[in-house]
Write a protein that binds this ligand. Structure first.
Ligand SMILES: *Cc1c(COP(=O)(O)O)cnc(C)c1O
Length: 400
């Protein structure tokens, strides 16, 4: 450990934190972060082992609890988000589970945006309700609806902004005010924007969750998740769940994602610039009926998006002529773009939400959140934008 460990990273800009925060160089003097692939840690003596286990002596015991490579990843992400601490998890879903298990108890009520990631809704409705938690859903853009859904036993408000796949924007500051007046916490799933484009803690959120599988890995290699927030909520409550229940991030995945964080700022800017150009181009296509992207001036919440995000991110959704057949045709006519549900990758991906990511919802539920049969979602990668346009143009032209 060197005296560089305790740097106050808040004095540095985000791109600097992304590259440097959190690493304790070993005595070997390695310049790139080492990977500590070890399940347990050895002690100098029985007395030292006892002191570690009792908590008298700080230090690593077992990688389900703490691991230096995972810790570096956690400290770097916390520094980027302006959070006191971070707990890394094995997937994005286990980050959401850990936040709920750490912060809620049976009998508590949660108000959530109705356009959450599909597995989040399944976790809430099919699993957590069996343990005495209760969930209500609201249109996340409607502040009066958030307020009206609050009950005396409400302990958490949960939202995703921009949402998947329609890029609707929830007002983080306004919803956090409603949460705090009710004595509840606001949890924001910031997977789509990442700390580069949006820092919810600075706008009033209490806890931020991520699927780091998406933009933070950024090249579609590893799964991971993270919960960021205060020492009390995350460092104690959420960490307490992780330590006992064990959805811990593997050190190898932490290392890959640490490298992902180093390039996150330039990637998010490039994704956002390319997605904006593609969204504007799609708006000009005769066979495209509507484009959903929060970076477009035509987006109904453009002003709010500008206020809380510094870019629109990688994901665009658009409706085409010809219903489901039209949407499938555009997807099937691509030759380069990957037909896969992952997003936030260097490779552009395309999917039909109504039959894939949102396929488990009923027709009625899909209608309520606005997922039409003719909707296509694209996560714009880092290939040349002209090649991406040409790959979509083929299918779009044949619909006119
Ligand atoms: C993918 C995703 C998740 C779930 O993350 P996994 O890493 O797949 O478990 C949660 N929220 C959002 C917004 C996502 O896109």
């Amino acid at each position: 450990m060197s005296d560089k460990d305790d740097k106050d990273w808040s004095r540095y800009k985000l791109a600097t934190r992304a590259v440097r925060a959190g690493y304790n160089r070993s005595d070997e003097g390695e310049h790139s972060e080492s990977i500590q692939l070890t399940s347990s840690f050895a002690f100098d003596s029985a007395a030292s082992a006892a002191a570690r286990f009792s908590g008298e002596e700080p230090g690593n015991i077992y990688s389900r609890f703490t691991n230096p490579t995972v810790r570096t990843f956690e400290q770097r992400l916390a520094a980027m988000d302006g959070g006191e601490t971070c707990v890394a998890t094995s997937t994005g879903m286990s980050a959401i589970l850990a936040a709920c298990m750490g912060l809620l108890k049976g009998g508590d009520h949660v108000v959530a945006g109705h356009d959450l990631f599909g597995s989040t809704i399944a976790l809430f409705n099919n699993i957590l309700t069996r343990f005495g938690l209760c969930f209500s859903y609201v249109d996340s853009t409607d502040n009066a609806a958030w307020q009206a859904a609050v009950r005396p036993e409400t302990r958490m408000l949960f939202l995703e902004t921009p949402s998947n796949p329609l890029s609707t924007i929830a007002d983080i500051a306004a919803v956090s005010g409603i949460a705090h007046d009710a004595g509840a916490l606001l949890v924001v799933d910031n997977t789509f924007a990442t700390p580069v484009l949006q820092q919810p803690l600075g706008q009033g959120a209490d806890v931020v969750v991520y699927s780091t599988t998406k933009h933070i890995d950024g090249q579609g290699r590893t799964m991971g998740g993270a919960v960021v927030g205060s020492r009390e909520h995350v460092g104690e409550s959420v960490y307490g769940f992780l330590r006992s229940a064990g959805p811990s991030l593997s050190p190898f995945n932490a290392w890959v994602q640490l490298k992902g964080l180093e390039t996150l700022a330039i990637r998010m800017k490039a994704h956002s610039a390319a997605a904006l150009e593609l969204a504007q181009w799609l708006e000009g296509q005769a066979s495209v009926e509507r484009v959903y992207y929060s970076g477009l001036p035509s987006h109904p919440q453009y002003a709010l998006a500008r206020k809380q995000q510094s870019g629109g991110g990688s994901v665009i959704a658009f409706e085409v002529r010809g219903g489901r057949d039209g949407a499938w045709h555009v997807i099937d006519q691509t030759r380069m773009i990957s037909i896969t549900a992952n997003l936030g990758d260097t490779r552009t991906t395309i999917t039909h939400p109504a039959t894939t990511t949102h396929g488990r919802l009923s027709d009625e539920e899909r209608r309520k959140i606005g997922i039409a049969e003719n909707l296509v979602r694209v996560s714009v990668g880092l290939e040349d934008i002209e090649d991406i346009k040409a790959d979509l143009q083929r299918g779009l032209d044949s619909l006119t």
